[in-house]
Design a protein around this ligand. Structure first.
Ligand SMILES: Cc1cc2nc3c(=O)[nH]c(=O)nc-3n(C[C@H](O)[C@H](O)[C@H](O)COP(=O)(O)O)c2cc1C
Length: 417
């Protein structure tokens, strides 16, 4: 019976354990978590979502308070078009977050950064260009393009001296999206080094419709893409993601030709994960009925989360002067519209509720939007309970090794002290 460790992900001469920790913004996949996966020979993703906030937390910079002060004049204004990102500061924050992570790297694995196109930051092109190029300049091993079609992203990096040496990949949820990406980038004569195929059971935003995600199946999509690439004589490593919970699940994909697997949910209850301890307990406690896919993200993509996420229904005032990561370029965001509608409908209310959209910047930053994979309800079976009834967090090493060595659909429990 095969184990994940019987396979290797190959990038040229480099061989890696074929386990990729998926990016989890905003600082849920922390540098500490990603670095553990790298030390053990795999790939660890950090994320550049809300990177100025992450830099403030990690390094004591003051990007958020400076931005808030600068745009204070606009706080009472519904029109957020004036709230722009300072590109120099964005570059500085990205270089700090990525540079310091790369300096701390030990072992044979690689650090990648997850870069979501849907963070349009009131100036989609110029901000994305800075994020991508600053990441390359700071020495990142690889960039995974996510949450969007990224038709122009390779072009934005084409002049960078590291464009052909860093590993560049994209997350897709359909063959069609991949074909579009390949067609649009053909002139650059630079294929992606890997493609993550994300199915409907993943955490975070989904590349499917709010109602139709249930009708899709990861294995079917992966096989369709694999067969298409083979027919086109394109040798691009495929990395399935979404719902791969055990080493045996992973092996079943590796045996069918995938190069590695991308996993995240199991790591949300690792000690090194950025979620607060209390939130990790919510993940452990969840039953299958407590998990839903809803439309509250202002990005327009469906998102999976725990039904008791404090973000759902919260009517906080839009925090665009401090954050503004989802502003569309003309100062708009679906949450601002939903919030203003409720304020108008309840002019005398002290507190309002907004059910259909959420201020994702505010709530992701505060770890109040409890996004999770469909298998979150199984996390309780991966550990033991402490005398006070809470579930014991695991080490990232334990989870990584369990994926690497387990067989027979088994999940190894951590040793009790
Ligand atoms: C808490 C959480 C946050 C996530 N955030 C992001 C993100 O910011 N960007 C992204 O591309 N994917 C995100 N994902 C998706 C993962 O990177 C990964 O592809 C997927 O969840 C793998 O499936 P699994 O969780 O069933 O193992 C997130 C997943 C989780 C569980």
């Amino acid at each position: 019976m095969k184990r994940v460790d019987d396979f290797r992900l190959r990038f040229g001469k480099k061989e890696l354990v074929p386990i990729v920790l998926g990016g989890m913004g905003v600082d849920i996949s922390t540098a500490a978590l990603a670095l553990e996966c790298v030390r053990l020979g795999g790939i660890g993703h950090i994320s550049d979502a809300m990177v100025p906030s992450v830099s403030d937390k990690r390094f004591g910079t003051k990007f958020i308070s400076q931005k808030t002060k600068f745009f204070k004049f606009n706080l009472g204004n519904d029109d957020k078009s004036a709230v722009r990102f300072d590109l120099g500061q964005l570059d500085e924050a990205t270089r700090l977050h990525i540079g310091r992570t790369m300096e701390a790297k030990r072992g044979d694995g690689m650090i990648f950064v997850n870069c979501m196109e849907k963070l349009t930051m009131n100036g989609a092109r110029e901000t994305l260009k800075v994020r991508l190029n600053s990441a390359l300049d700071a020495g990142i091993d690889g960039i995974t393009l996510s949450a969007g079609l990224h038709l122009g992203s390779f072009g934005m990096m084409a002049e960078n001296p590291r464009f052909r040496d860093a590993k560049l990949g994209i997350i897709v949820s359909s063959l069609r999206a991949l074909q579009l990406f390949l067609r649009k980038n053909a002139r650059l004569e630079r294929l992606p080094d890997y493609v993550v195929v994300e199915g409907p059971l993943a955490g975070g935003h989904l590349g499917f419709g709010l109602e139709d995600w249930k009708f899709y199946d990861l294995r079917t999509i992966v096989n369709e893409i694999r067969d298409h690439l083979k027919a086109e004589h394109l040798d691009i490593p495929l990395i399935p993601a979404g719902g791969i919970f055990t080493g045996s699940d992973a092996v079943s994909f590796l045996e069918e030709g995938s190069a590695a697997v991308q996993v995240a949910t199991r790591f949300t209850v690792a000690r090194e994960c950025g979620l607060p301890a209390k939130v990790k307990q919510e993940y452990f406690l969840a039953s299958e009925d407590d998990i839903e896919v809803n439309g509250t993200s202002p990005t327009g993509y469906p998102m999976r989360m725990l039904k008791n996420s404090p973000s759902i229904g919260s009517g906080v005032r839009p925090n665009c002067e401090a954050y503004g990561y989802l502003l569309d370029g003309s100062g708009g965001c679906a949450y601002i519209d939903a919030y203003n509608r409720e304020v108008l409908a309840h002019p005398h209310a002290k507190k309002i509720k907004v059910m259909d959209k959420t201020c994702l910047c505010t709530h992701m930053r505060a770890y109040d939007c409890w996004t999770c994979g469909q298998n979150t309800y199984r996390l309780k079976d991966t550990t033991y309970r402490l005398p006070d009834g809470t579930y014991a967090e695991l080490s990232a090493e334990h989870i990584f090794r369990d994926y690497q060595f387990s067989v027979d659909q088994k999940v190894a429990l951590p040793e009790q002290p």
